[in-house]
Design a protein around this ligand. Sequence first.
Ligand SMILES: [Zn+2]
Length: 113
Amino acid sequence: MHEYSIVQSLLDSCEDVARKNDAKKVSVVHIKIGVNSGVEPQLLRTAFDTFKIDTMCKNALLKIKLQKIKVFCSSCQKESLLKKFEYICPICKSNKIKVTDGEELYLMRVEIE
Ligand SMILES: [Zn+2]
């Protein structure tokens, strides 16, 4: 399943951070999920709780922030959030936009002990 492989690499990254900082365990993992990333937050949480058992994250809390789609418009040079899945600039209605956020999953911060 998609979410499982994401969680595996997420846990790897967290353990990397913990090891590099000589931490004993990971307490909180902050991630950001783009609404257009194709990742289901609930499934991701379930997968995280399943796979964290054998890792330094076993008592870690997963904090998820949902990121709306952010675009930069080259016509009016403004950045805005898309409220609908409609790829035009909400300000000037141009279609010369570039997605700058909301399509990926990011590991934002790891709190360690
Ligand atoms: Zn615009």
